[in-house]
Ligand binder design. Structure first.
Ligand SMILES: [Zn+2]
Ligand SMILES: [Zn+2]
Length: 240
C-alpha cells in the first residue's frame, strides 16, 4: 500500500535534483552532474579531525594532521562531508538564511555517509545551539534540521535544550584566534543530568576554524560527557 502510494507520488512529483532540477531516481538525491561538482572529503584525511590531505599521499590507515598530532584537538572525532567552496556555499548559505529546506536531505545524507565507517556508538545527537535572538529572527535552527535524520540513523535521542547559547556578534571574517576568544563562555549546560556519561554527536552546517566545536566540547566535558564527536556538512580547509 505504501509502495503504491509512493509510486503515485513519484508520478505526480517526479524526484528531481534539488540543485538543477534534473530528474533523479530518489527524492532528495543529487544528479550525477551536480554530485561531481562537490569537493567530497574522502581518504586520506586526518583520522581524528577529518582534515583532508592531498590525494596522492599514502599515510597509513590512521594518519594525524599536525594539529591533532600535537594533542590540540580534544574531540574524539570530527568529520565533514565536503570542503567549503563556491559549490557547497551555494547550498549551505540559502539553507541557513533563506529557508531553502529542499537541501536538508542531501546535506544530512552526506553527513551520515562521512560518519559511516567510524561505527560510532551515539547516545545523543546535539545540534550546535543558536542564541534565542537568532533563532527568533530566523525561525529555525538549521543545525537541528540536519540533526534530526542523523539522530534517527544512530537511533539516538535529539537534544536541543541541555545546552544554551548567549547571543554574540557575528564571527564572520575573523581570525581563528579571534573566533576562539569570541566564542569562549557562550555555551552553558542547563541540564547536566541528561548528558552526564553520554556519548554526544554535535551537528553543524559548517566548520570554520573549529572554535565552536572545541568550546562546546569543553563545556560538555566539564559536565561529565564521556565522548564528543562532531559532524558538519562542509568545512573551511586552510593549508596547515
Ligand atoms: Zn543536478
Ligand atoms: Zn586532525
Amino acid at each position: 500500500m505504501v509502495k503504491l502510494f509512493n509510486q503515485i507520488l513519484d508520478f505526480l512529483y517526479p524526484p528531481s535534483c534539488p540543485v538543477c532540477g534534473d530528474l533523479v531516481e530518489i527524492h532528495g538525491n543529487l544528479c550525477a552532474n551536480c554530485w561531481n561538482k562537490f569537493n567530497w572529503i574522502s581518504n586520506p584525511k586526518c583520522y581524528k579531525c577529518g582534515y583532508p590531505f592531498p590525494a596522492d599521499l599514502d599515510l597509513g590507515p590512521t594518519p594525524l594532521c599536525p594539529h591533532c598530532a600535537s594533542g590540540e584537538c580534544d574531540l574524539d572525532f570530527i568529520r565533514s562531508a565536503c570542503v567549503y567552496d563556491d559549490v557547497s556555499k551555494n547550498i549551505m548559505l540559502p539553507f541557513k538564511h533563506a529557508s531553502k529546506l529542499k537541501y536538508q536531505n542531501l546535506m544530512s545524507r552526506a553527513m551520515i555517509g562521512c560518519l559511516r565507517d567510524l561505527n560510532l556508538n551515539v547516545d545523543i545527537v546535539m545540534p550546535v545551539p543558536l542564541a534565542y535572538k537568532r533563532l527568533f529572527k530566523r525561525g529555525y535552527n538549521q543545525a537541528t534540521l540536519l540533526a534530526r535524520p542523523i539522530a534517527k540513523y544512530f537511533d539516538a535521542s535529539l537534544d536541543v535544550d541541555s545546552v544554551s547559547r548567549k547571543y554574540r556578534q557575528d564571527m564572520g571574517h575573523k581570525t581563528a584566534k579571534q573566533r576562539q576568544e569570541n566564542i569562549r563562555g557562550v555555551f552553558k549546560v542547563v541540564d547536566k543530568n541528561k548528558i552526564k556519561g553520554k556519548k554526544i554527536l554535535l551537528v553543524d552546517d559548517v566548520m570554520t576554524s573549529g572554535a565552536t566545536f572545541y568550546e562546546l566540547n569543553r563545556v560538555l566535558r566539564q559536565a561529565g560527557v564521556s565522548a564528543v564527536y562532531a559532524v558538519s556538512f562542509c568545512r573551511v580547509v586552510h593549508a596547515i
